[in-house]
Write a protein that binds this ligand. Sequence first.
Ligand code: DC
Length: 204
Amino acid sequence: MKFTIAIDGPAAAGKGTLSKAVANHFGFAHLDTGLLYRAVGAAVLAGQDPHEAARNLDPTTMNTTALRTPEVAQAASKVAADAKVRAILLDFQRAFATRAGGAVLDGRDIGTVICPDAHVKLFVTASPEVRAHRRFLELTSKGMDVSLETVLADVKARDARDRDRATAPLVAADDAILIDTSDMDIETAVQNAIDVINQKRGTI
Ligand code: DC
């Protein structure tokens, strides 16, 4: 059985948590595609060429903890504007999406570019202030010394870069279902997503 769920949205909207919970609920594999760009961004910060780094990327050995810093997030957003980097990372994502047993992919362009034929497309969003506050709590809980103002500025800078780039910009697919988590707890957001997916599965 092949069933693809595409989950897109801006930074810190709750996509990651929601995607993991949805994948877990349906027993599907999950790919956080942001980690691919983060791994390339981290390699560039370490002095590597972005295309080489993308070509040599082994998605099975990514150090996810080291990739979750604000510096790597900004570097990821920069390399993600490079059309060649995106092209190199495309095949792996498409193969993952069509694996047997079902797949959930989350990112920025899953419903628009990577999996335009996904069975379900969700666009998860929230206001920049709410997203910055969540990211601030996440980073400070890991002991990182950041201010809310800096995190908000980072979120806005990343939003602008991700939305305004020429290749595969962050935008909801026409047929995506919008989930705004600004005033929603994660349990409600997950339940909404599961309800939408169950409805779609019933019609296939
Ligand atoms: O989801 P994230 O915050 O880990 O993503 C980091 C950056 O990677 C994000 O700012 C833009 C880029 N990205 C992308 O361009 N396309 C994707 N499918 C996923 C992430």
